[in-house]
Design a protein around this ligand. Structure first.
Ligand SMILES: *[C@@H]1O[C@H](CO)[C@@H](O)[C@H](O)[C@H]1NC(C)=O
Ligand SMILES: *[C@@H]1O[C@H](CO)[C@@H](O)[C@H](O)[C@H]1NC(C)=O
Ligand SMILES: *[C@@H]1O[C@H](CO)[C@@H](O)[C@H](O)[C@H]1NC(C)=O
Ligand SMILES: [Mg+2]
Length: 585
């Protein structure tokens, strides 16, 4: 026996986390007791029972291990404002002494475990600002000690159960979930006659389309009329008719008053995608209108990108799309509502959309460093020293892993699945620590990327990132994204753009070029000579994976989930799978 059980459990939890800032460096296997580790406190006089885990604002990534259920004495679990993803484990319900659960401000997905009602001592439940979805479990109503409930800014849907302690919370516990309804938020799920209520979309500004709304109301009223006609006298009918109209109008007014943001430009439309943007539409539109050349970050595909700085220092990247003759505003805005619901740590998340007379603006979170293309081509400088920052080998592995995670999310977690269609190094943006964020998702379907169109016509015969079957048929699939990801891996290894003239001269693309060199056993010619710290083992893994991803036959390519699994196993041996530990050994 080399260590006591409690330490092992905590190390299992640690192994499921990514800890880029080494916040958990004090969690070491051979310590006498884990009770003095960062963020841990034990029950007094009992070295075998953890009382609290307190690790907020630690930039932790990864998932919350089901091993948490083994900490039966846990009273407080505070992991708020980190970057955890995955689901909230069911095993948490085993921590029957839990009083405070803070998971606010992470990227948790999936639903609230339905057995959460077992946590009968729970006082505080704060799950706000995640990507949680599904219904709110009625078992929360059983938590008679619950004093603070915060489920705001998630994707919960359906009727809020009106039972037990759940009846005592107001709309402030549920805001920012556009698909919830129920008494607590004064949003009826049905009318008194049992018809579903037609409500304006909670987060869009309906002022711009009044005609559409009134016609929808007319439809509902018409149904009422027909239903009643059969049973009621004409007198009764007309009486009911007037009553219903006034009642519904009053209700409708109340909702629009709450949600509508007032702004001075009548033709403008403003949509926020996550409820917690801390500026009014007026403040944003004012800033958008004052953007000029000095604010230009670059002219990416689809339009010009600006850096928008708010008065309090908040930063956004704004993509301005000049209104051409592509898809109509309605189609565009409907697609954006779907894209706006997506949130993941490895994606550039969209925060708002604004249509003004001249242009459409997509407002994104600002990603600090620049694109992967910039990084590989020496265009990123360190803030203090002005030295060029070139990603080393472990940075490149980190970029590969994060990009795979983001793509796997789009392909396998979103429903319907989202094909990116335009994976390339210019669309991988890097935050501090070289954390990758995929940008421009979904836009390829709606807009023409001028850059890419330009490249393919000028350098004819260059396949670039596009899979052969995509070039032939023009049909993008998840497997054509996998191909593009394979090309991206080769770009990370070679440091060369897929349109590099040295390939084109030989009549090849990067895939053909790498394959030719590998056949001749010239591994050294493949690898980017400027890249520090390349290790032969992971290099081989990446090259083999790239070869599978760029297979000419789409069916033979792995799925992004398989790619992610493999990268996790082979490239991040430190991110040990928590099932490898066995508490009995
Ligand atoms: C739940 O707690 C009991 C002890 O109270 C423990 O034996 C069991 O392994 C725990 N279950 C899980 C899934 O962690
Ligand atoms: C929750 O409570 C129910 C009954 O009260 C019990 O059957 C179930 O095993 C409990 N679940 C956990 C995870 O403790
Ligand atoms: C819920 O949390 C958000 C931040 O995530 C905060 O702004 C809000 O005031 C909280 N609401 C309640 C009712 O605690
Ligand atoms: Mg772009």
């Amino acid at each position: 026996m080399f260590f006591h059980l409690l330490g092992l459990t905590l190390l299992e939890i640690k192994s499921a986390l990514d800890d880029p800032k080494n916040a958990l460096s004090s969690w070491q296997e051979f310590d006498e007791t884990p009770c003095r580790w960062t963020g841990i406190a034990c029950h007094p006089g009992d070295d075998q029972r953890v009382r609290l885990i307190n690790l907020p604002y630690m930039q932790l990534e990864g998932i919350l291990s089901p091993s948490i259920g083994k900490l039966s004495g846990l009273q407080r679990l505070a992991l708020h404002e980190n970057s955890l993803h995955g689901t909230i484990p069911n095993e948490l319900a085993n921590c029957s002494d839990l009083r405070a659960l803070y998971l606010r401000g992470n990227f948790f997905q999936g639903g609230i475990p339905s057995n959460i009602g077992n946590l009968s001592s729970l006082n505080i439940l704060d799950l706000s600002g995640n990507s949680l979805k599904g219904a709110i479990p009625s078992s929360i109503g059983r938590l008679s000690q619950l004093q603070i409930l915060n489920l705001t800014t998630n994707f919960f849907s359906g009727e809020i159960p009106d039972i037990g302690v759940l009846s005592t919370f107001s709309k402030y516990s549920f805001e920012g979930n556009s698909d919830l309804c129920g008494r607590q938020i004064e949003k009826p799920c049905r009318t008194s006659l049992g018809f579903p209520v037609v409500l304006p979309h909670a987060e869009s500004d309906q002022a711009a389309v009044p005609a559409k709304r009134s016609s929808r109301y007319m439809k509902v009223l018409l149904i009422y009329a027909i239903a009643l006609m059969g049973v009621a006298l004409v007198m009764v009918l007309s009486f009911l008719w007037t009553r219903l109209i006034t009642k519904k109008e009053r209700a409708a007014k109340r909702y629009t008053e709450v949600k509508k943001q007032v702004h001075p430009i009548a033709s403008a439309k403003f949509i926020t995608f996550r409820g917690n943007l801390r500026y009014t539409s007026f403040q944003i539109i004012e800033k958008l209108e004052s953007l000029n050349e000095e604010n230009i970050l670059g002219s990416g595909g689809y339009g010009t990108v600006y850096l928008m700085e708010m008065n309090d220092g908040g930063l956004f990247a704004v993509k301005r799309i000049d209104r051409g003759c592509e898809v109509s505003d309605q189609v565009f805005e409907r697609e954006l509502e779907i894209l706006g619901r997506i949130k993941h740590i490895n994606l550039v998340n969209m925060r708002a959309y604004c249509r003004l007379a001249s242009s459409r603006f997509l407002i994104y979170e600002y990603v600090v460093l620049g694109s992967l293309d910039d990084a590989l081509n020496g265009a990123i400088q360190a803030k203090n020293t002005q030295e060029i920052v070139l990603p080393n080998w472990s940075d490149r592995l980190r970029i590969a892993l994060g990009t795979a995670r983001g793509l796997a999310y789009l392909h396998h977690e979103c429903s319907p699945e989202i094909v990116h269609r335009n994976i390339k190094s210019r669309n991988i943006l890097l935050a501090e620590c070289m954390d990758p964020h995929i940008s421009d998702l979904g836009l390829a379907k709606l807009l023409v990327d001028e850059e890419e169109a330009h490249v393919t016509t000028v350098v004819a015969g260059t396949f670039g990132y596009l899979a052969p079957e995509f070039l032939q048929s023009g049909r993008a699939t998840v497997k054509s994204d996998v191909y593009s990801f394979g090309v991206l891996l080769l770009e990370l290894v070679t440091g060369k753009r897929p349109t590099d003239p040295s390939f084109v001269k030989r009549g090849l693309n990067v895939v053909g070029w790498v394959n030719a060199l590998l056949r001749e056993n010239k591994l050294n010619d493949v690898v980017d000579k400027r890249c520090k710290g390349v290790d032969a083992g992971t290099l081989k893994v990446i090259l083999e994976l790239a070869a599978r991803c760029t297979d000419g036959n789409a069916d033979d390519r792995p799925s992004m989930n398989e790619v992610l699994q493999l990268l996790k196993q082979e490239v991040m041996p430190l991110t040990m799978d928590f099932y490898e530990y066995d508490s009995d050994s």
